[in-house]
Ligand binder design. Structure first.
Ligand code: DX5
Ligand code: ZN
Length: 222
């Protein structure tokens, strides 16, 4: 069954309260997907809101945090999240690129007992991150341009998911998780699942729905 990581990016600021968190938790989501935006790597800046929100979640919820850093200065921002003991911290390849810096970040996150992921934006090919795959826990394939919720799924990305799945198989990396983020709904979820995805991020489809439990179930059972 697919795992569901719920993005809070499309929730209104006044909704980011324990009731929303509690309702999502009882809808049996697998992770809270924390989209951190710095106003540089992406236009939006939600550094303060997301820090506050993650701190609250780390106190009141048993659901793991799946932190997605859409930021330029990964080393600085990840230090805000490490003390919260998230399950996963994912950062963008496009923000770093330099091999030594990439490896240092990967090791730092793992040394804190946290899983590490690399995210790739639509324009990046999976071959560009191939050398890092043996050292990480997940690859996050963006199926929209990172930055905001509620965008349309880019279907050309399905080939990229398939390519990564094949790469994982060819290199005996079966524990590596493929997470897909952007434009996921009850229809696109079926496509990404058959392409080989293990975990989907869903924001607006769930947080704009009337019944969270029902929408989560629809995605899980796709
Ligand atoms: C995009 C974010 C996503 C996104 C998901 O920049 O990384 O996590 O907000 O939202 P939906 O599901 O609405 O595309
Ligand atoms: Zn995200």
């Amino acid at each position: 069954m697919l795992e569901i990581s719920v993005s809070l990016l499309s929730a209104k600021k006044e909704d980011l309260i324990p009731t929303l968190f509690y309702n999502l938790e009882t809808a049996k989501i697998d992770y809270f997907h924390i989209d951190v935006a710095d106003g540089k790597f992406v236009e939006k800046n939600n550094l303060e809101v997301m820090k506050e929100c993650s701190l609250t979640l780390s106190h009141i919820s048993n659901v793991g945090l799946d932190v997605h850093l859409m930021v330029e200065n990964v080393e600085e921002i990840m230090d805000d999240y490490i003390p919260l003991e998230p399950k996963i911290i994912t950062f963008h390849y496009e923000a770093i690129r330099d091999k030594e810096r990439m490896m240092n970040i990967i090791e730092d996150i793992k040394d804190n007992g946290i899983q590490v992921g690399i995210a790739i934006s639509p324009e990046t090919k999976v071959q560009e991150i191939q050398e890092f795959l043996p050292y990480i826990h997940q690859v996050l394939i963006m199926t929209v341009v990172p930055g905001k919720g509620g965008q349309k799924f880019i279907s050309e990305m399905l080939e990229k998911i398939k390519e990564l799945k094949q790469m994982i198989f060819d290199n005996n990396l079966e524990n590596l998780v493929i997470e897909v983020d952007g434009g996921i709904n009850h229809e696109t979820v079926k496509k990404v699942k058959s392409a080989g995805c293990d975990r989907v991020v869903s924001g607006s489809y769930i947080t704009n729905s009337e019944n969270y439990a029902e929408s989560v179930k629809k995605l899980k059972e796709a």
